[in-house]
Design a protein around this ligand. Structure first.
Ligand SMILES: Cc1cc2nc3c(=O)[nH]c(=O)nc-3n(C[C@H](O)[C@H](O)[C@H](O)COP(=O)(O)OP(=O)(O)OC[C@H]3O[C@@H](n4cnc5c(N)ncnc54)[C@H](O)[C@@H]3O)c2cc1C
Length: 420
């Protein structure tokens, strides 16, 4: 893709061509701005590449919930458990972890849930809008989000997470036995019940969607520059100089959308905004032999499994090891046994492994909007477990802010300085 370095400085330069940067570029371009996107890699090859593809307009339950801490020691001790903390990373992880548990106090949850849902609610509509005319419209499917339980008694809508959803009019239904098998015929009889979250979407190829939308952005006039961003230097008059491995690049307005890598860049400017890389893994069964109708969440093991373009994909787990530590693919291989347990007819012989870092804030709410103390600098990162879902609305918000439009969202919960 063509570099845009010596021509006129674009109105807005976006750092990071993940799904957040790409959808933000589209929303800005639709408003008539000249946009440049900078990434060291081709578009959508970070966390946006291999995620579980769940597009839930109803996501409003954060990762940190009351009582969660009781499960953590057991998870950490289990090599096949859903959470891992790499030896040597504990000291660095601690300050983020403290804020994470503080965020999960019950009195904080309503504001967090509303802030999450303001970003998730229009996801399917906005993806369909962006994909229109690309020829890849079928990459977003209507779906039910099937949360399966081995023990029927655990499909209990009186639990806090489900109550939070019910209070926000999320369409839920409990199904058991044969009714569940009708929805997902290949699911093992060991799973007795499920809670269905209805009226949502799923992506058949999250990375593919990012690439298709990046191509669309390019045809709409967005320029792409392939280089590594090293630091940001504010200049007189509100302009910016971006130091890159390809030399300095001038910018007028800057949007930071480098996902889990944004933390260090902002820290170097003196901005305090806790962010950790919650590294997730996927395993794709390329010749699965079974087909799943929906996105399915294994609630106990905490991973999502669904049929995608490339096969059946399991995605999940959270590993804290630092953003650039080498992957430990044993964490992906765990899915072989877990998936076979759910779908006995699944062929698990031909697999492909992947790791990507979720950009996680302690309260599951991203940092969005103007960065106090710096002119023309906008944050658009920290989308954690729901960034694929939240990306298009993020793009709309950032574009509206830059265009000076009246916002339909209260920006207070997203402010970058909220952790002090
Ligand atoms: C296993 C897993 C499952 C998930 N499942 C779901 C799901 O079902 N639904 C959902 O909504 N979300 C899901 N997510 C979360 C979602 O994938 C992320 O929140 C989202 O992709 C973040 O997008 P992003 O654009 O902010 O970051 P990224 O996609 O990581 O993009 C950041 C970009 O910045 C670039 N970059 C970084 N540093 C530099 C630098 N120095 N110079 C230049 N470029 C740089 C990178 O190359 C990258 O392209 C999941 C994540 C994982 C890991």
């Amino acid at each position: 893709m063509a570099a845009e370095k010596n021509g006129s400085t674009p109105d807005v330069t976006i750092l990071g061509a993940g799904i957040v940067g790409i959808t933000t570029a589209l929303s800005l371009t639709e408003r008539g701005f000249q946009v440049a996107l900078i990434d060291r890699n081709p578009p959508a090859e970070g966390a946006s590449y291999g995620n579980a593809g769940s597009l839930s307009p109803w996501s409003c339950v954060p990762q940190s919930m009351p009582g969660l801490w009781k499960s953590i020691p057991g998870w950490l001790l289990d090599p096949e458990g859903p959470v891992a903390l790499r030896t040597g990373y504990a000291i660095k992880f601690l300050p983020w972890a403290i804020k994470f548990f503080q965020s999960g106090q019950e009195y904080r949850l309503p504001a967090i849930a509303d802030a999450m849902m303001a970003l998730t609610r229009p996801t399917v509509t906005l993806y369909r809008h962006h994909l229109k005319g690309t020829g890849s419209e079928e990459l977003v499917r209507d779906s039910v989000y099937v949360h399966v339980f081995r023990n029927a008694a655990d499909a209990d809508l009186s639990k806090l997470g489900w109550r939070m959803r019910s209070e926000r009019q999320v369409p839920l239904e409990v199904v058991k036995g044969d009714a569940l098998r009708e929805i997902e015929p290949a699911l093992s009889q060991q799973f007795e019940a499920a809670v269905l979250i209805k009226q949502q979407g799923r992506a058949l190829d999250p990375g593919g969607i990012g690439k298709v939308l990046a191509e669309k952005a390019q045809t709409m006039g967005v320029s792409f520059m392939r280089c590594r961003v090293e630091s940001l230097v504010p200049e007189a008059g509100g302009a910016w100089r971006i130091k890159t491995d390809a030399g300095p690049v001038k910018a007028n307005q800057l949007v930071v959308a480098m996902g889990a890598w944004s933390g260090k860049l902002m820290q170097d400017l003196g901005i305090k905004a806790p962010l950790d890389a919650e590294r997730g893994y996927h395993l794709v069964f390329r010749d699965p032999g079974v087909s799943l109708n929906n996105a399915i969440m294994n609630v106990d093991a905490k991973f999502v499994i669904s049929s995608m373009s490339a096969g059946v994909r399991c995605a999940g787990t959270a590993e804290f090891a630092g953003v650039d530590a080498a992957p430990d693919y044993r964490r992906a291989r765990v899915f072989k046994k877990l998936a076979k347990d759910m779908f006995p007819d699944l062929n698990v012989d031909d697999v492909q492994e992947w790791m990507g870092p979720r950009p996680s804030t302690p309260d599951s709410v991203p940092y969005l909007g103007e960065v106090p103390g710096f002119a023309n600098l906008y944050a658009a990162y920290g989308h954690g477990h729901t960034g694929m879902t939240m990306a298009p609305k993020t793009g709309e918000i950032i574009a509206s802010l830059i265009a000076g439009e009246t916002l339909d969202v209260n920006m207070t919960p997203y402010r970058i300085g909220r952790f002090g």
